[in-house]
Design a protein around this ligand. Sequence first.
Ligand code: BTN
Length: 244
Amino acid sequence: QRWQWHLYQQVDSTNAQAQRLIAESGVRPLVVIAEQQTAGRGRRGRQWSSPFGQNLYMSFVEPVSGGAQGLEGLSLVVGLTLVQTLEACGYQGCQLKWPNDILLNGAKLAGVLLEISGDLTADAVVVIGVGVNVLMEQDGTIDQGWTSLRRSGQKALLDRNQLIAAFAQRLAQALALFARDGFAAFQAQWQACDAWLGAEVQVISGANILAGSNLGVDTTGALRLLTAEGERQVSGGEVSLRLS
Ligand code: BTN
């Protein structure tokens, strides 16, 4: 067993709880799972809707060495691993939207939030937060198009325990491969799941907008954008993507 498991009825955020566990008892591979989050967080300071008993809220703690380099690729690998897990569990048509949204029928099904604890030059740890909408059918608080596995209407696995087990197993394998070969080992598979490959897109970073066509991802996981001034590589972080 690779990870130590920590299960809760309710936490503020599994990412926050994972960081507290590390602070209390040191860095080791662990998983935090909760039935409900009272302050679930998404990328770019957004909230993540986390009602009780409906969805998956999980955080995996991984020690990292070698600095921040490559962490962007890691977040893409996590999204890809989720897509592959869902396919293996019987779901068809899951796709990725760079950097790490998981889409089903064009609507957001799941998200990944990586947070770094500690000093990246020394022993750091990355908290890999993953939220998947599983049973949720209604939510008036979400301000973007969303879906859930149940909403998709596909006759496939809905048991959250089995989904967690399937994902954890694949994630352990993916992390080992990533540690050895980096994102390059996943680049082609990731691109094959890219919902917007070839599309005209805009990269939004605060007030800045960069428009171009989506050429896919490079070996580090950066987005390759063909702009009017030529090709640009865009790193993840706090940017987001929309269709032109
Ligand atoms: C996104 O904005 O797309 C990322 C959403 C990440 C949500 C998950 S749920 C489990 C973990 N704990 C959190 O507070 N957020 C992540």
